[in-house]
Ligand binder design. Structure first.
Ligand code: FES
Length: 149
């Protein structure tokens, strides 16, 4: 191997070893939201349209829960203060489709991709999103959180 071939191989090796870091740096940030491990698959909606999702005590312990199989999409449940102890929201950001997460400290839902922020009720607090997040009716019966799609 001559000097030129050697330098070429070192260059390829260096590029290959740094590629995973470059890809990771360019990937959108993701926020880990707890998912209810012990929860059974969502049952068929009741005649009134509500579906049991999770025990209220479990949601209160976790603060927020992401359900991935609700009405063909995602559902984010947020534990909140009275008079509405649970907020049910579609967490898909209306800007470009990333999943938002509840940030208790700021009291806002934040998108990890481009920084949009939403209130607990889904209204836009900061762009680039310009449409609110859809919300769902919630009620609590016998300590169980029920949501209507
Ligand atoms: Fe949420 Fe762009 S996808 S701000």
């Amino acid at each position: 191997m001559n000097r030129r071939e050697f330098i070429g191989w070192v260059g390829v090796g260096s590029l290959a070893s740094s590629l995973p870091l470059a890809i990771a740096a360019c990937s959108p940030q993701t926020t880990k939201i707890p998912t209810p491990e012990s929860r059974k698959p969502i049952a068929t909606p009741r005649p009134d349209g509500f579906q049991p999702i999770i025990q209220l005590a479990d949601l209160e312990n976790m603060g927020q829960v992401l359900v991935e199989d609700f009405a063909g999409g995602q559902l984010l449940l947020i534990s909140a203060a009275a008079p509405n102890p649970v907020q049910a929201i579609n967490p898909i950001c209306t800007h470009a489709g990333c999943t938002v997460a509840w940030q208790k400290d700021s009291g806002l839902l934040a998108c990890p991709c481009h920084g949009a922020k939403f209130s607990r009720q889904g209204t836009v607090e900061a762009g680039p999103a310009d449409r609110p997040l859809p919300t769902y009716p919630v009620k609590i019966e016998a300590g169980v959180v029920l949501v209507k799609a």
